[in-house]
Every structure is written in structure tokens, then in C-alpha cells.
Design a binder for this molecule. Structure first.
Ligand SMILES: Cc1ncc(C[n+]2csc(CCOP(=O)(O)OP(=O)(O)O)c2C)c(N)n1
Ligand SMILES: [Mg+2]
Length: 329
């Protein structure tokens, strides 16, 4: 995948490189563990893993600050973790436990932490595009300088409400960044079969919304493009579209025969474009850390995930009296 918009003046500091590596690794190990726990029957229902796409949310999160908002679809564990939610709270939700962010009643697709700027977790494809636009509208209406990162997939980019949202976002120059996670597949269909124009960064052109394609298997490129887009939206110029060229390694959800893509394609991306391997190689090459330092980070992440598992397993499921709380009558 080509590096499409690497800014030659952009400097990714040592601290940022190490933080990005650590955060991507946390998401990867967390997700791998979720996959295992699903197999063990500890997680039930829908569960969509983010493995392969880590650089998108890690790079974007580095471009926003306190008070900014994030909203995404059902592939949301990484977004929740990067919003600052404790791995324990996320895993407790996934395993249906009382200490989960939605008291264990929402599960994988319905993780929320509005106090930390995270607005979910949405199972209806494309729904969060209009909700995110609404969050940006609220920012403008209240006269603050907050921005909303509104994530959706390549499949969702063909939904009608996305375009109604684009129109309104540009009419009012709302501070929203549409982050299209183009992992090249919907639930079981490749983008080539589902989209008439494969360049999703241009989807806003008829609404006068600028867009860029980003090599999103490189966290540094994500961070660089993200910073520009966030600055654009925050300064009052209106919405911006970032098309993140990424890839998901696992099935769409937990049961997926994956007949829509050859196994060799997945292996090739894993071997040649993995965002974590890329970051690790760069860290070693630049002398930002030694193999031993990296081992320590890996052990620390392993420990964090293990603690989250122990916590979730020991936490009770919600009491029957919770059946009618937090639901609309
Ligand atoms: C309105 C609606 N239509 C269909 C579905 C079923 N569905 C769930 S995920 C999905 C594919 C979405 O693909 P994409 O937007 O590329 O996201 P990805 O799964 O790749 O992250 C579909 C069709 C749904 N949940 N909601
Ligand atoms: Mg997709």
C-alpha cells in the first residue's frame, strides 16, 4: 500500500512512536484474548475484532484532546480502549458482567463512556454517521472548539444517511472528521463488488468536503493526516474526510467462512504491512528502544490483559432486577 500523504515536515517523536506501539499492541493482545474467550463461551452474541486495523484508532486518538468526541460502529473495542476506558471495564461488558460500561447488558457492540468522550458502539450500519454529525452540531451550537471523530466502514459509506449528514455538515461547517475505515470488505462482499467509485476520500466532493486517502497500516501517516484534518475542522472550516486504507485480519464477526477473499491475500498483508511490526522495526532501527525494552512492553501488556480477564471472570452478571433498568419503557 502506497504512502499517499506522508507529510515530509511531520516529526513523530520517540515518545509518540513508543506510545503508538504500546497502544497498538494493547488492542492486538486484547482482541486476541477476546477471540479466545469467545471460543470458551465467555463472550457471547456479536463480536467484531479490530485486529489489523489498530493503527487507525491509535493514530487518530493522538490528534484529539479532552472534550473531543469519538463515535464508531460495532467494531469498537479498540476505540473504547483508546478513549481511555479501562480494559477491565471493556472486557466486563464483553463478558456480560455488572462492572461493564453498560452493566453487561450491551455487550461488544454497545460500549459507551460519554464522560470520556466515547459515544459508542452502534450496530446499525451507518447510524453513527448522523449521530456523530449531531455531536458536531452540538459543539458548534454551544460555541466550544470541540471536534467529533466519526468513524464508519467502507460498507457503511454506501448508506444514504451518510450523504444527508455530509450535506448538513457542510452547510453548517460542523467540526466533524469522517474517518472511513476502508478495510476493503463489508460483511461478506469486497468493496470492488459493492462500490461504484472505489476512492472513498472523494465521496464528499459534491458537498465541497475535502478528503484524503491515508496509508493506515502506518500509524505515523494516520497521525500526520489526522492532525491536519482535526486542525481544519477545529478552526471552523468544516468537515473533512479521511479514508483510512486498512485491513482486517479476522472474519467479519466470529463466524465467517471468509469465502470472499483468498487466504494468501490475508497472509500477504500480515507479513508485509502489519502496523505493529512496522512500528517495532522503526523503533529498533531508530534506536528508540532495544529488543529487551520491547520485551518489557510486551510483558506489561500481557499482564494488563490477564488482569482484565481475571477481573471480568470474577465479576458477577447483572442481577435479575436489572432487567428493566436502562431501557426505554
Ligand atoms: C442498516 C444495516 N444493514 C445491514 C446490517 C448488517 N451488517 C452488519 S455489518 C455489515 C457490513 C458493514 O461493513 P463496513 O461498513 O465495511 O464495516 P466493517 O465490518 O468492515 O468494519 C452489514 C451489512 C446492519 N447491521 N445494519
Ligand atoms: Mg469494511
Amino acid at each position: 500500500m502506497a504512502k499517499l500523504n506522508a507529510d515530509p515536515n511531520f516529526v513523530f517523536s520517540k515518545a509518540e512512536e513508543l506510545k503508538a506501539f504500546r497502544d497498538m499492541l494493547l488492542i492486538r493482545r486484547f482482541e486476541e484474548r477476546c477471540g479466545q474467550m469467545y471460543g470458551e463461551g465467555l463472550i457471547a452474541g456479536f463480536c467484531h475484532l479490530y485486529i489489523g486495523q489498530e493503527a487507525v484508532v491509535v493514530g487518530m486518538q493522538m490528534t484529539i484532546g479532552e472534550g473531543d468526541q469519538v463515535i464508531t460502529a460495532y467494531r469498537d473495542h479498540g476505540h473504547a480502549l483508546m478513549a481511555g476506558m479501562a480494559p477491565k471495564a471493556v472486557l466486563a461488558e464483553l463478558t456480560g458482567r455488572m462492572a461493564g460500561a453498560s452493566k453487561g447488558k450491551g455487550g461488544s457492540m454497545h460500549i459507551f463512556a460519554p464522560g470520556q468522550g466515547f459515544y459508542g458502539g452502534h450496530g446499525i450500519v451507518g447510524a453513527q454517521a448522523s449521530l456523530g454529525t449531531g455531536l458536531a452540531f452540538a459543539n458548534k451550537y454551544r460555541g466550544n472548539d470541540r471536534v467529533c471523530l466519526t468513524y464508519f466502514g467502507d460498507g457503511a459509506s454506501n448508506q444514504g444517511q451518510v450523504y444527508e449528514s455530509f450535506n448538513m455538515a457542510k452547510i453548517w461547517d460542523l467540526p466533524v472528521i469522517y474517518v472511513i475505515e476502508n478495510n476493503h470488505y463489508g460483511m461478506g462482499t469486497s468493496i470492488e463488488r459493492a462500490s461504484a467509485n472505489l476512492n472513498l476520500s472523494q465521496r464528499g466532493l459534491s458537498f465541497n468536503i475535502p478528503g484524503e486517502q491515508v496509508d493506515a497500516m502506518d500509524v505515523r501517516a494516520v497521525r500526520a493526516a489526522g492532525a491536519k484534518a482535526v486542525e481544519y475542522a477545529r478552526s471552523g472550516k468544516g468537515p473533512f474526510i479521511l479514508e483510512m486504507l486498512t485491513y482486517r485480519y479476522r472474519g467479519h464477526s466470529m463466524s465467517d467462512p471468509a469465502k470472499y477473499r483468498p487466504r494468501e491475500e490475508v497472509e500477504k498483508v500480515k507479513n508485509e504491512h502489519d502496523p505493529i511490526n512496522r512500528s517495532r522495526a522503526r523503533i529498533l532501527e531508530d534506536g528508540h528502544a532495544t529488543e529487551a525494552d520491547i520485551k518489557l512492553i510486551e510483558m506489561e501488556i500481557k499482564e494488563i490483559v490477564a488482569e482484565a480477564v481475571d477481573f471480568a471472570k470474577a465479576n458477577p452478571v447483572p442481577d435479575a432486577s436489572e432487567l428493566h433498568t436502562d431501557v426505554y419503557a
